[in-house]
Ligand binder design. Structure first.
Ligand code: F6P
Length: 357
């Protein structure tokens, strides 16, 4: 069978491990032939391909990034984009496509499935926010990078009697923030799931310092939101760039510095911010992510040969299963109350505002 593979959206450690696993199992066990579409959906749209044989995937297991490169191209935003994709796939003799990406990539995969393209998705995002799977590969690596950074920041915060704010990625969900924050022993963790009151954050830090602690660590997801009267349910995020990409996302980032300024102003404690940014997406995947990515890669090519389409491989407990793509993109998977309770349980409760008044 001739199988196409592409990687779309933000890169993430483990992409190469998925490609390698799918290609090796496909060639060794199913006598498949592969074609790589480069730069995400742009490669399908513009017929940009690369050879994907055993030599192409040799030595890529531990490498970050993606040998296929990636982009945030949305074919639906280009004239006849989806039809062009179908034509290009036909021209290349592609009988099934493996699309590795997050919710944006999966949304295009779902459209192409409706147009009779045989397609299997693989869930990728360091944000870990795709529904229908327990984990996306890349998340574990990002958490480990962020946790190590928090550990490092701890020692310098302690040395200087400072508050250090660590801004981590997480556009719509705070998975990296809650995992790295709890693992790194942060004193305050701010997530997109729960808009925060900056006065309460300051109060929390003042109480800690009143107990004799002389430094603090605040971990904030880039998508964490200030409580806002304008939109009480969602709060107000800090946005770097209002211009939207082809999938309708504004560019977040910058909350770390805003928080540092507001915390220092309210507490008088010297405060600094560290923005981890794309460091969290670069470099070699952890062993956990290599395993998960490899299982997803072999799971995807197996699904192709079972004749499945319009589905995404997923991790349920310890099993690799397939679920309808529609289930994965229906809604963002948010951090649950159970984990938030773990984080809150480690810190003293603030008196409610009415009790203070
Ligand atoms: O979707 C993954 C992600 O890493 C988000 O956490 C972040 O907001 C975004 O990608 C950054 O995208 P870019 O690399 O295009 O700046």
């Amino acid at each position: 069978m001739k199988v196409g593979i592409l990687t779309g959206g933000g890169d993430c450690p483990g992409l190469n491990a998925v490609i390698r696993a799918a290609v090796r199992k496909g060639i060794f066990h199913y006598s498949d032939e592969f074609v790589g579409f480069t730069e995400g959906w742009r490669g399908v749209l513009d017929n940009k391909t690369m050879k994907l044989d055993l030599a192409a995937v040799a030595g890529i297991l531990p490498r970050g990034g993606t040998i296929l490169r990636t982009s945030r191209t949305n074919p639906s935003k280009h004239a006849d984009g989806l039809d062009r994709c179908v034509d290009v796939l036909k021209k290349n003799g592609v009988e099934a496509l493996i699309a590795i990406g997050g919710d944006d990539t999966m949304s295009v995969a779902a459209r192409l499935h409706e147009m009779q393209v045989k397609i299997v998705g693989v869930p990728k995002t360091i944000d870990n926010d795709l529904s229908g799977t327990d984990f996306c590969f890349g998340f574990d690596t990002a958490v480990n990078i962020a946790t190590e950074a928090i550990d490092r920041v701890h020692t310098t915060a302690e040395a200087h009697n400072r508050v250090m704010v660590v801004e981590v990625m997480g556009r719509d969900s705070g998975w990296i923030a809650i995992y790295s924050g709890i693992s790194g022993g942060a004193d305050v963790i701010l997530l997109p799931e729960r808009p925060f009151d900056i006065d309460e954050v300051a109060e929390q830090l003042k109480r800690r310092h009143a107990r004799g602690r002389y430094f603090s660590i605040v971990v904030a997801a880039e998508g964490a939101r200030f409580k806002s009267d304008v939109d009480p349910a969602h709060g107000a995020p800090v946005v770097t760039e209002m211009q939207k990409d082809e999938f309708g996302h504004v560019r977040l980032g910058g909350i770390g510095n805003v928080l540092a300024r507001e915390i220092e102003r309210r507490t008088g404690f010297e405060t600094r911010a560290v923005v981890l940014g794309h460091l969290q997406r670069g470099g070699s995947p952890t062993a956990f992510d290599r395993m998960l990515a490899t299982r997803y890669g072999t799971g995807a090519i197996d699904a192709v040969h079972r004749g499945e389409s319009g589905c995404m491989v997923a991790l349920h407990g310890t099993d690799i299963v397939t679920i309808p793509i529609a289930e994965a993109i229906g809604k963002t998977r948010l951090v649950g109350d159970d984990l938030i309770e773990v984080a809150l349980g480690l810190h003293e409760m603030l008196p409610k505002k009415e009790e203070v008044a």
